[in-house]
Design a protein around this ligand. Sequence first.
Ligand SMILES: NC(=O)c1ccc[n+]([C@@H]2O[C@H](COP(=O)([O-])OP(=O)(O)OC[C@H]3O[C@@H](n4cnc5c(N)ncnc54)[C@H](OP(=O)(O)O)[C@@H]3O)[C@@H](O)[C@H]2O)c1
Length: 260
Amino acid sequence: MQLRNQVALVTGSGRGIGRAIAHLFAKESASVFLAARTEKELAAVSKEIAAEGGKAEYATADLTQEAACAHVVATAREKFGRIDILVNNAGHYGPVAPVEEYPLAEFDRVIGVHLRAAFLLSKLVLPEMYAHGSGAILNISSLSAKAAFCWSSAYAAAKAGMLGLTRVTAAEAARKGVRVNAICPGPVTETRMSKELGADLAKRLGVSPEDQLAGFLSTLLQGRAQTADEIARAALFLCSKQSSAITGQSINVDGGAAFY
Ligand SMILES: NC(=O)c1ccc[n+]([C@@H]2O[C@H](COP(=O)([O-])OP(=O)(O)OC[C@H]3O[C@@H](n4cnc5c(N)ncnc54)[C@H](OP(=O)(O)O)[C@@H]3O)[C@@H](O)[C@H]2O)c1
């Protein structure tokens, strides 16, 4: 019951890591507000949480749009009265292409869903958190923010930008009772984004998806992928009182890949 009486807005929660975070937060007694574009997936997660005795509501939204971010925050408040926790998780990888071939519109979309949406949603929830003198924001960044993987310029820039946003927001919020942190997951291979990325990388490298994945995993100390549940457990830690003295940090949940 680590999140009793807390309301958590978790973006990108129709599947993958966001879904795992929503489930775990609901199990810890948070009321969870879900947001993504695909209503069918949001409805399914909401139903699953209700079946487990939890509370969940949702709104469909393309979070690259400013008005959609405002709609999500307003609807979450309408349904649950307040927002105590914001998890900026929604995202997609974008094209696997070198900088000189990367389409600008795709670059803007990737920055939009990761960095710009995290900024917009933070902007919308912070005044209420400051008024309460409490709150937690968690930005789901990536190992890509700290390593150098080819053909991912927008994604790496967006995820590194989220770490800068995390530190600055943490500095502004620290003495107002609000903590802001980030998680940098390594490969969570069970998710749609990761599977699609693996297929695209394998194609570009001219190898099988299995060989591409095995080669990458062998570079991690643990030699294996991370699970969505493992990311969710780190998220719970960073959004609960267990981490009360931790702010402005990024925690690597990557099986031993980045060391700063
Ligand atoms: N899987 C990994 O290996 C890995 C590693 C490091 C970091 N991450 C990060 O973890 C987060 C979750 O990724 P995942 O692996 O769980 O991928 P996923 O299973 O594909 O889930 C992505 C979620 O984001 C939502 N989303 C995407 N674009 C959106 C938009 N414009 N507006 C609103 N929602 C949107 C998707 O729903 P709709 O498509 O219905 O909108 C979905 O719910 C991402 O930020 C990703 O960068 C993943």
